[in-house]
Design a protein around this ligand. Structure first.
Ligand code: GAR
Length: 200
């Protein structure tokens, strides 16, 4: 069984999908051992606590630089013996030192079909607003490995969602979460855990 660490910044509905998938057996090759938030008051930590999972705040604003913040994260993840890191609505950008420690073992969920509407500055509702402004008829979600390029790592799984004429960024965000993100994130995490277990 691999140890999974989940990094969050907000509400944590993707974290909840992971917790539910663990309980239903969709995730069976790994176990969430800690959930870390980079800002205070993230509701995701309450979800972790309710599920009996270690919940920790490592606040970005308390560190002088990105590198120091990354070091604090790695140090706690190592203390918790984390093998795989899942970014589930985590809005800080990780630096090269963090990525080097967990190379090919970090996954992120992004709420569009990469390579559309991704990269620096594209997060949360902004992604959906950009899709609506462009006028695309199909969007979706992507789970990918994290490398030094924002949203640029290898794609693991994608799911498409059709856009309705009357969609707003909010209605689209909700549908992309329900129909795509919460479906593919747990499956991609299980796939990665299985693959890493085989490689061990
Ligand atoms: C999700 O839609 C996730 O895809 C997005 O933030 C939301 C977090 O929601 N992530 C990004 O935009 C990353 N670039 P959650 O806290 O309810 O899981």
């Amino acid at each position: 069984m691999l140890n999974i660490g989940v990094l969050v910044s907000g509400g944590g509905t993707n974290l909840q999908a992971l917790i539910d998938a663990q309980q239903s057996g969709i995730i069976k090759s790994g176990k969430i051992v800690t959930v870390i938030a980079d800002r205070s008051g993230a509701y995701a930590l309450k979800r972790a606590e309710s599920a009996g999972i270690d919940a920790k705040e490592i606040l970005k604003k308390e560190y002088g630089s990105g590198a120091e913040f990354d070091k604090a994260l790695v140090s706690y993840l190592k203390e918790m013996k984390v093998d795989i890191v899942v970014l589930a609505g985590f809005l800080s950008i990780l630096g090269k030192d963090f990525i080097a420690v967990y190379r090919d073992k970090i996954v992120n969920i992004h709420p569009s079909l990469i390579p559309s509407f991704c990269g620096d500055g594209f997060y949360g509702l902004k992604v959906h607003q950009a899709a609506l402004d462009y006028g695309v008829k199909v969007t979706g979600a992507t789970v990918h490995l994290v490398n030094e390029i924002t949203d640029g790592g290898k794609i693991i799984m994608q799911k498409a969602v059709y856009i309705n004429d009357d969609d707003t960024a909010e209605t689209l965000q909700k549908r992309v979460m329900e129909e795509a993100e919460w479906q593919i994130l747990p499956r991609a995490v299980e796939m990665l855990c299985e693959d890493l277990k085989k490689a061990q």
